[in-house]
Design a protein around this ligand. Structure first.
Ligand code: SAH
Length: 259
């Protein structure tokens, strides 16, 4: 192996990007090819796993919002056990491991067990969604800040977000795991002062074959997500920066107009 950054009995937490295997980093592709065991999430694109060695053991740990097939402690234990068994272990996560990826827990479990662990970044869903729509997440003089927000609450608990801060007119919000809470998000943002006519964009399956982009206004957010199945990864973008596609050479052809 040309690199010595992946010895036996070590772990890499690898960002698999939003789905399209071409959106993997070269480092991620190398680590996936070198892995002897790969623990992967449901959101990892099928084409990404194809880069693994045929001899590699592939273990689905199937994490999807609200439907974890294995709980976090079990995943942590599996990773540590495989590394202790002397394996080169890749923990493959959708998007970037450092954004809503439970990386802290997994890295801490490795560290506590004395297992060397490193992180390979990936392209996060918000970047892929903006690219798919031909737009930008920031815009000079319009959107000076960008907030990555999760709208996933524990069962039975209210969404505990700083609505006042999120309602600032110069902020773009990239809302992960937000489909189920879309109505609440819109209502709370508007109540906190965000304009009801603020542009929103719902991006489903960004960079994947079933990619879909739905545009509208904050006041109609609940309606916009209505037809989306909860199997399809969905990102909500809110803010004036996503008002219209940036003037890129190749405008996307799959934009559904909504107002
Ligand atoms: N670490 C990941 C996010 C994990 S949380 C990242 O950086 O992208 C899972 C959520 O990410 C999904 O519920 C969805 O909101 C979003 N997501 C992930 N992949 C997506 C995709 N291809 N298209 C749209 N949203 C996606």
């Amino acid at each position: 192996m040309p690199h010595d950054d992946f010895p036996p009995a070590s772990v890499w937490l690898v960002g698999a990007g939003p789905g399209d295997p071409e959106l993997l980093t070269r480092k991620a592709a190398r680590l996936i090819a070198a892995a002897e065991v790969i623990f992967y999430d449901a959101l990892v694109g099928a084409g990404v796993l194809d880069l693994a060695s045929p001899a590699a053991e592939r273990v689905s740990v199937g994490k999807r919002s609200g439907r974890h097939s294995k709980d976090q402690a079990t995943i942590d234990a599996l990773i540590v056990a495989a590394a202790r068994d002397g394996k080169r272990v890749v923990r493959l996560k959708g998007g970037d491991p450092a954004i809503f990826g439970r990386t802290v827990e997994e890295a801490a479990a490795c560290a506590a067990a004395g297992v060397p662990v490193r992180i390979c970044p990936g392209i996060t869903a918000a970047s892929a969604a903006a690219a798919a729509a031909g737009t930008s997440l920031t815009s000079r003089g319009v959107a000076r800040r960008l907030s990555f927000v999760t709208a996933h609450a524990r069962a039975g608990e209210p969404l505990d977000l700083d609505w006042q801060a999120l309602a600032a007119p110069d902020a773009t919000l990239a809302i992960y795991m937000g489909r189920a809470a879309a109505a609440t998000v819109a209502q709370r943002l508007i109540a906190a002062g965000r304009g009801a006519d603020t542009p929103v964009m719902v991006v489903v399956n960004a960079s994947l074959p079933g990619e879909r982009i739905i545009r509208g206004r904050l006041s109609s957010l609940a309606f916009l997500v209505d037809t989306i199945s909860d199997h399809d990864p969905t990102l909500l973008l809110v803010g004036d920066a996503v008002r219209s596609p940036a003037p890129v050479a190749c405008a996307p052809v799959h934009v559904m107009a909504q107002s």
